[in-house]
Design a protein around this ligand. Structure first.
Ligand code: MOS
Length: 692
């Protein structure tokens, strides 16, 4: 355990340092980074879901005025590393999913490139495709691990025996939809290949991970690949690892050396090659005594992956540590389909998984006639049921109690369909949130005294969450100086190696590296340094994780109104109470919680990627047909947090807040809809046809 920081700048609700640049449109994003005379690239995509390309006629495209090159599986460069089939573009003539990139047109303008791509005539030897997820498939398989490296299954005691012997049981199936991340800024890259080096202005959650991956794929030395991303218009996990667009832009740039090439996926293409959250089918079983004590918990999940590359979402993993019970089982089984590759999306695992668990608990509470908050309190474990380790801090019960007080839970009549105002049925629901505290290995920061001020450099990202500001707050406190005297430089591989902005680990990981470098700087140079004095320091994974189970917790409260005639569902009021360690910047933290809960509301009521089994693609692939919760869908949303001190997580005491806001939200909405109507919706999204 490292010595905890004295907080002065940390804890202040400072505005984003990059805020003015962003709202005035002067912050350069990847696609608009100024370059001389750029060319533009547009992908050619497969129009079948499986098969072999038998002809690729690019004559019409090449004849188009302004077309510079057409890449296809026959003429594209041979890649050095084709291990990752998602990134091994144009290396053979096989089609693995509809929308897969099978070519590209490079041209003088984006319009010409797009027109050229439409003129390419491709013929296929089409094969039957298999795109429908079901828990009755006989080819479901057990992956070796689930993301990022959890055991696939867990089994303690005998759940079936507990279920057979219990007086009170729930056995239900819960399903969550396929979701696409849809950051406002799509996947974009500006690439320049010149003099044996490659420069990528890439919209990414990690410049160093992009450098490492792209260098390997292209067979380049990592030092010759320069990746730059100072600003990001969101990622939600989709930009956590480089996707096909980044590699295609690099290949296009290498086809026209000396000329910068811009690539921006269209919104429709974002539904094809930018990752998505797998749909899940969750079998949840609970066994309980009359007093509400759980005797058994089972969470068995079926989900999908792509045939060409496995991604196994850790849907049931959070259930392992949430509640006490002597008999517990979790499992994950996959169907490998002819579909695009699923990936990280905000709280992968926890977000879909806690829907099943937290609705099942609500069903049990109703069966027992016990208040759903009390049921969670009764089963709150003293130590992590999965690992047996003590929690570094666990304030779920305090969040539930605080939330109950603020939300006015005591006034609630527990009977479903007990309150009606005009034609509106009114109900309220609760659910728990959880997110693990991750600290990624391998991040390094430099602290230097330069022109009379301190400079902290680290090759990390700012997803839009406020890293430019929060790292400066942390550096200022670690140096014991005013924040105005600290400049932070991030988003560029010229700065030291840093982990991906993922798993809500940024503050924990990069913050630890910055604290380490700042402390070593002070120890070496004292309080009155000379210009040019410099220290570099690295951090590894948190050693305290050996001893403690570390999680942030939260409680979500929702009021739902359902129109008795039309089934229209409205959520006028939500409350989130979180225990996430030290809050580095209350203003920016509030945005993270609000954003997470809004995305959770969206997951509950609106978002759903619809797979058309005939053609094997997502039919509602634009923001008109894939509705994301908008301002009109959000009512009053209150956010608060406990003043939590956890000395074990890191020197700052922060736990990570980017993802927990989405966890449990959809369950709280479903539970509130049930309380309003008496109808239990176990299938997301909750649409009006399901409550009528
Ligand atoms: Mo987050 S899904 O780990 O970017």
């Amino acid at each position: 355990m490292s010595e905890t920081l004295d907080h002065a700048a940390v804890g202040q609700g400072l505005a984003r340092r990059d805020g003015v640049k962003k709202v005035t449109g002067t912050a350069p994003y990847a696609y608009e980074h100024p370059v001389e005379n750029p060319a533009f690239c547009h992908p050619v995509q497969a129009t079948v879901s499986r098969g072999r390309i038998t002809g690729f006629d690019d004559a019409a495209a090449l004849a188009l005025d302004g077309v510079l090159a057409v890449l296809n599986p026959g003429n594209a460069e041979r890649l050095a590393d084709t291990e990752d089939a998602e990134l091994a573009l144009l290396q053979d003539h096989e089609v693995a999913f509809r929308g897969q990139i099978i070519g590209a047109v490079v041209a003088e303008s984006s319009e010409i490139a797009r027109h050229g791509a439409e003129l390419v005539a491709v013929t296929y030897d089409q094969a039957p495709h298999d795109v429908v997820l079901s828990d009755r498939r006989d080819d479901l398989y057990k992956p070796e691990v689930v993301n990022p490296a959890f055991p696939t299954d867990s089994d303690d005691g005998d759940v079936e025996k507990a279920l057979a012997e219990a007086e009170y049981t729930i056995r239900q199936t819960y399903t969550t939809a396929m979701y696409h991340q849809n950051p406002l800024e799509p996947h974009t890259t500006t690439a320049l290949s010149a003099d044996g080096s490659l420069t990528l202005w890439d919209s990414t959650q990690g410049v160093h991970p992009v450098r490492r991956t792209v260098a390997a794929v292209l067979g380049m030395e990592p030092e010759t690949v320069h990746v730059i991303c100072p600003y990001l218009g969101g990622g939600f996990g989709s930009k956590g690892a480089p996707k096909a667009g980044t590699v295609l832009a690099a290949m296009a740039a290498r086809a026209v050396p000396g000329r910068a090439v811009r690539l921006a996926l269209t919104r429709q293409q974002m539904f094809d090659v930018a990752g998505y959250r797998t749909p899940t089918i969750q079998h949840v079983a609970l066994a309980a005594n009359r007093d509400g004590t759980l005797t058994g918990i089972a969470h068995d999940v079926v989900e999908q992956t792509a045939k060409i590359k496995e991604f196994a979402e850790q849907t049931a993993v959070s259930t392992r540590s949430m509640y006490a019970a002597p008999n517990r089982r979790t499992s994950h089984r996959l169907a490998a389909l002819d579909v695009a590759v699923p990936s990280w999306m905000r709280a992968p695992g926890e977000a879909p998984g806690m829907f099943g668990t937290e609705v099942a608990l609500d069903e049990l509470a109703q069966q027992l006639g016990i208040d759903p908050i009390e049921l969670r309190v009764i089963n709150d474990p003293a130590s992590d049921p999965d690992s047996g380790k003590p929690f570094s801090s666990r304030n779920l019960v305090a969040c539930l109690r605080e939330g109950a007080e603020r939300f006015g839970w005591a006034d609630r009549d527990p009977a479903p369909r007990s309150r009606q105002e005009g034609r509106w049925l009114v109900g309220s629901g609760v659910a728990s949130s959880v997110y693990p505290v991750y600290r990624m290995p391998e991040s390094t920061a430099t602290v230097r005294f330069e022109s009379g001020r301190y400079v902290a450099e680290i090759g990390s990202a700012d997803l839009g969450t406020g890293t430019w500001t929060t790292l400066a707050q942390i550096a200022a406190d670690a140096l014991g100086t005013d924040i105005a005297d600290v400049e932070v430089r991030i988003g560029d591989t010229r700065y030291p190696v840093a982990s991906v902005a993922g798993g809500s680990s940024g503050m924990t990981t990069w913050g630890s590296a910055v604290v380490e470098a700042a402390r070593e700087f002070r120890a070496k140079f004292g309080a009155d340094p000379d210009d040019g004095d410099e220290i570099e320091a690295s951090v590894q994974a948190n050693p305290a994780a050996e001893t403690y189970a570390m999680y942030a917790f939260g409680a979500q409260f929702v009021e739902a109104r359902v129109n008795a005639d039309t089934g229209e569902i409205r959520v006028p009021r939500m409350l989130g109470v979180f225990a996430a360690g030290k809050i580095v910047n209350p203003r920016l933290a509030r945005s993270q919680f609000l954003g997470g809960m809004t995305m959770g509301l969206s997951m509950a009521l609106h978002e759903s990627s619809v797979m058309d089994p005939r053609f094997g693609h997502v039919v509602n692939h634009d923001l008109a047909d894939y509705h994301i919760t908008a301002n009109a869908d959000v009512g009053r949303m209150d956010i608060t947090w406990l003043d939590e001190h956890d000395p074990h997580v890191n020197a700052v005491g922060s736990k990570g807040i980017g993802e927990i806001g989405i966890v449990g939200t959809a369950a709280a909405v479903s539970n509130a809809v049930h309380h309003a109507t008496g109808v239990r919706v176990r299938e997301l999204p909750i649409t009006l046809d399901k409550v009528l």
